[in-house]
Unconditional design. Structure first.
Lengths: 146, 57
């Protein structure tokens, strides 16, 4: 058996292993972190942070819920105070625009626009995990109170 | 014959590398998501959520 591994074969194996190690090193480096400090991402984050002051009450009342695809939706318009009724749809739409843009910018900012869907899925799970007790989130086709 | 086998192995190996390289970094994405969500919802200022690492100890 060892007779089969002559000098030429050993060298080929060595170079294959070397190429493999190089690829692995590149992969490890690429997978280490995602950059979320790009100007576009920071701007979106600030805009969402400011909007959260208005949205927090609607999450708590159950008027707005977290969807399973990483966005938000109006789930119970009757829970919205009269003074806010007119603006609620625009508020939800603005938040969703920012969220979609955020997922896109993180993917693009890290050189992989095709990661957008996976980033959105990751966020979807994390928004729900971090939601406060009493907030609603979408599970399957139903709303669940956390 | 042997050369053909080696060429095949190298081709497969290289294509595997390319596949690995475009793998989605799930752990890094979760970390990034947590960072942004904490900021947007201001979770660090209010009640900090119990950390997973501490629970694992």
């Amino acid at each position: 058996m060892s007779g089969l591994l002559n000098r030429n074969n050993m060298q080929s194996i060595k170079s294959i292993v070397l190429v493999g190690l190089l690829c692995f090193a590149t992969w490890v480096q690429a997978a280490a972190d995602l950059d979320v400090a790009t100007p576009a991402v920071s701007a979106l984050k600030n805009s969402m942070q400011a909007r959260h002051a208005q949205l927090a009450a609607h999450y708590a009342s159950g008027a707005v819920g977290l969807t399973k695809d990483g966005l938000i939706a109006l789930r119970d318009a009757s829970a919205v105070p009269l003074k806010d009724r007119q603006g609620i749809n625009a508020l939800v739409a603005a938040e969703n625009n920012d969220r979609v843009a955020l997922y896109k910018e993180i993917a693009a900012g890290n050189g992989h626009p095709e990661w957008r869907g996976e980033i959105q899925n990751t966020f979807a799970g994390r928004w729900i995990d971090k939601a406060q007790a009493g907030w609603y989130y979408e599970s399957g086709s139903a709303w669940v109170k956390k | 014959m042997k050369k053909a086998v080696i060429a095949l192995v190298v081709t497969i190996g290289l294509s595997a590398c390319v596949t690995i390289n475009i793998y989605f970094p799930a752990a890094a994405a979760e970390k990034a998501a947590d960072k942004i969500i904490d900021d947007v919802w201001r979770l660090q200022d209010a009640a900090p959520a119990p950390k997973k690492e501490e629970a694992a100890k």
